[in-house]
Design a protein around this ligand. Structure first.
Ligand code: DHB
Ligand code: FE
Length: 288
């Protein structure tokens, strides 16, 4: 039977300053080069694996949702997602194509699976989607359609790491019950350690980031033992964007291996990690 296939995952930071660096073609600038180099493998891997769709786990920073109405989990169900000027002084992204039919399949499957997502038939995507898109697919047109899935990492109480991992699991199951010949890549944006405000502004924790990058591949459950407050302590108040990475990892249902890792400090205020994961199903392993 023809089914959608989850080929792997990508994790990347989403710092707005990257948009300015891209616009000003600073790829070979000494500050930016070690960061942009991390995407060479991403581009090589995508040229070989050619996904049709990207499911993007991200957090909205006040463009589509604000503190007055902030869903813990929301999903786009549109055939196109626009963006707007968020005030960072970077070019506004061209719209990104969606896949409303796949979104509705995921919504139906998730609600049946007891994950009740906020459904958005209109949704603006902010820098947490548009910057990763520009990094991952730098060409003049988008070769993929997206399903954006928002996770609240902004207003406490935040969902737990375990909950976001389970959300990913549910998305993985739902994708694999979609009877269409689709190749899907799952993306988690943001992180790793960073803090933008308060007494610890500029905080970065390299040993903790390295532990996260090690554990998320083969032992993601170990990371679910941290409470959100412990996570803030270890990773900074915006380091909780790792929730997006936990959902991305959860969506990979096969044997996961790290194909590439780039870790660079700092990019703006963040520890910037770029990773590519392979997701191999048992049946493919046998055939190989
Ligand atoms: C920065 C980091 C973020 O996660 C974000 O959403 C905005 C800015 C920064 O480090 O500049
Ligand atoms: Fe952010």
């Amino acid at each position: 039977m023809i089914m959608a296939q989850i080929i792997g995952g990508i994790g990347t930071t989403h710092v707005p300053a990257i948009g300015k660096a891209i616009a000003e073609k600073k790829h070979d600038d000494p500050y930016w080069k070690p960061f942009f180099k991390g995407f060479d493998f991403v581009h090589y891997w995508l040229a070989r694996t050619k996904p049709d769709v990207a499911v993007v786990f991200y957090n909205d920073h006040g463009l589509n949702f604000f503190l007055d109405k902030l869903p813990t989990f929301a999903i786009g169900a549109a055939n196109e997602y626009g963006s707007e000027d968020e005030g960072w002084g970077i070019p506004v992204s061209r719209p990104v194509p969606g896949d409303a039919a796949l979104s509705w399949h995921l919504i139906n499957a998730l609600v049946a699976d007891e994950f009740d997502l906020t459904m958005c038939q209109e949704m603006l995507i902010d820098h947490a989607v548009t910057i990763p898109m520009a990094l991952i697919w730098p060409g003049p047109s988008w070769p993929v359609r997206i399903v954006p899935i928002e996770i609240n990492t902004v207003q406490h109480p935040l969902p737990t790491l375990a909950r976001c991992f389970k959300l990913g699991r549910a998305i993985g199951r739902a994708l694999e019950s979609y009877q269409h010949d689709l190749r899907v890549v799952v993306v988690g944006t943001g992180g790793l350690s960073h803090q933008l405000d308060g007494a610890r502004a500029g905080f970065i924790n390299k040993p903790f980031d390295e532990l996260c990058l090690d554990k998320i591949v083969g032992e993601p459950e170990a990371l679910t033992r941290y409470s959100i407050h412990e996570w803030v302590e270890q990773s900074g108040s915006q380091g909780v964007e790792f929730l997006n990475w936990m959902a991305m990892r959860g969506a990979m249902t096969g044997r996961v291996s790290e194909l590439n890792r780039n870790y660079h400090i700092p990019i703006s205020n963040t520890a910037a990690a770029t990773v590519v994961y392979d997701n191999q199903k048992a049946a493919e392993r046998k055939a190989a």
